[in-house]
Design a protein. Structure first.
Length: 486
């Protein structure tokens, strides 16, 4: 989120967002009356999605009123509503400042009983997981005899991961694998080792928002390359980005990209690899969704029969087995693995031994896990796709051959308003702009299909109800302007 400066109060630092930047971030916010409550809802969503960080000073009432073409009293009423719900506080000499949200993940709302939570695109645990855990627990004596502080990872698990890559046609040794506490930990570690402040990173847009957070925390300057459901990666933009900015690295999801669900074809893989090699950039491939095939067919080997030194792969069992099994890994050439190992103690002191032993057992029969995941995701995908096409025929509902979600194109740029409205009806989703690098995507909505089919159908029905309400309340000029473009 762009800001002009940073200030301090009560021992904390805070950023200030300009009226123009906030107006751009709000997008099509005015979807119902009274206007002050619609504006307050728009700012609430920015806070919930972490697009408006805690301790950010909002524009003065007069400035925001001028940018949004509102009366000052309307903005004052919106700020008052936000104070009443605990989203902002007014501080003498500092204006209105956003407050930290009282939950562990600032980008997610808490689901009450009976709500359908589709914010986290992750299926329920693989049914055989509890049995594997019990078997591993029976051998706990051998686990606790180990030191427990191993920043590289157990040799058993690293060999199992190497064999997993070999089955895909990517020869790998245990020395080329580092075990981490999940994929997010792997992204943070790679970014901290490879990047310095101001280094450029090519990244898809839309993309996985927590990767954006990790890269920006390392000081990276992000260069967005568009990827769409219909046309895949914009290769012209990608080649220009590599040639003109000479990025240190590129973070990409080549298989069942989150959120679009698109996979690179052979031509796209070849073009991206060639552009990265010419620029001297390291390709960091996030493959956490790569094994979630529904009806695409065998997973391609990747960017080369044997990865060159400039390719780093990140994987985990979070999407395929269970989000609560915090085991991930990095596959890279030996010298980089050693650099990562040297830097890791500043982040954590190793992946828990029990989880590593569970992961080792799971990878010995991964084919059965992948088959069950495929059947589960197919049921959810087919149920929500049919229901959305029935109840919302004006939306563009893509076919997803794998992955965990649909990237839907709405017939008006009202994703943020829709997410706020459907939340009141019992469905939790993330708006399209949550996945943006440079802003926009308010005419897109990510709908995961990881919940049971009955829940997916009900969610589609509630979305249809919400959409009618939101679109009816939107300014006629906003809807007509979009319809004239498409």
């Amino acid at each position: 989120m762009p800001c002009a400066a940073q200030y301090g109060f009560c021992g904390h630092w805070y950023s200030r967002i300009s009226a123009r930047a906030l107006a751009l971030a709000l997008g099509g916010w005015r979807t119902r009356e009274p206007a002050y409550e619609a504006l307050a809802d728009g700012i609430r969503l920015l806070c919930l999605d972490n697009r408006l960080a805690p301790r950010t000073a909002l524009p003065a009432e007069r400035e925001l009123a001028a940018s949004l073409h509102l009366s000052r009293s309307t903005v004052a009423a919106a700020y008052r509503s936000l104070r009443e719900t605990g989203h902002i506080a007014s501080l003498r000499g500092s204006g209105s400042v956003t407050l930290p949200l009282q939950r562990r993940d600032p980008g997610r709302a808490t689901a009450a009983d009976g709500m359908i939570d589709l914010q986290q695109a992750s299926p329920p645990a693989w049914p055989g997981l509890a049995g594997i855990m019990s078997e591993v627990a029976a051998g706990a004596a051998s686990l606790v005899s180990r030191v427990g502080y191993d920043v590289l990872g157990s040799i058993e698990l690293r060999e199992a991961i190497a064999a997993h890559y070999a089955r895909r046609g990517i020869p790998t040794t245990a020395a080329e694998v580092l075990v981490t506490t999940g994929a997010q930990s792997a992204i943070h570690l790679v970014a901290s080792v490879l990047l310095g402040r101001g280094d450029r990173v090519v990244i898809e847009t839309p993309t996985y928002p927590h990767a954006v957070d990790a890269l920006r925390r390392s000081g990276a300057r992000l260069v967005g390359v568009p990827v769409t459901v219909d046309h895949g990666w914009d290769l012209d933009r990608a080649e220009q980005a590599f040639a003109r900015t000479l990025p240190v690295m590129a973070y990409l999801m080549p298989d069942f990209q989150n959120p679009t669900g698109r996979s690179m074809d052979a031509g796209e893989r070849s073009a991206i690899l060639a552009a990265a090699e010419r620029a001297g950039s390291i390709l960091v491939l996030d493959e956490t969704t790569a094994d979630l095939d529904i009806d695409r067919g065998p997973l391609p080997a990747g960017f080369a029969a044997a990865d060159p030194a400039g390719v780093v792969r990140i994987g985990s069992l979070g999407k395929t087995v269970w989000g609560g099994l915090r085991v991930g890994w990095i596959r890279a050439e030996g010298d980089l693995v050693r650099r990562l190992v040297a830097a890791r103690p500043a982040h954590d002191l190793g992946t828990p031994e029990f989880e590593q032993a569970v992961a080792s057992a799971l990878l010995t029969d991964f084919t059965a896990i992948a088959a069950q995941r495929s059947a589960l995701l197919r049921a959810g995908r087919d149920a929500v796709t049919d229901a959305l096409r029935t109840h919302l025929p004006s939306w563009r509902i893509p076919h997803a051959p794998g992955g965990v979600s649909l990237w839907i194109e709405l017939d008006a740029p009202l994703s943020s308003a829709l997410v706020m409205d459907v939340r009141s009806r019992g469905v939790l989703l993330s708006a399209g702009p949550r996945f943006s690098v440079d802003g926009g995507h308010d005419r897109h909505l990510r709908v995961p299909f990881t919940a049971p089919p009955d829940d997916m159908v009900r969610a589609a029905e509630l979305l249809a109800e919400s959409w009618r309400s939101v679109k009816a309340g939107a300014p006629v000029s906003l809807v007509e302007q979009f319809e004239s473009v498409v």
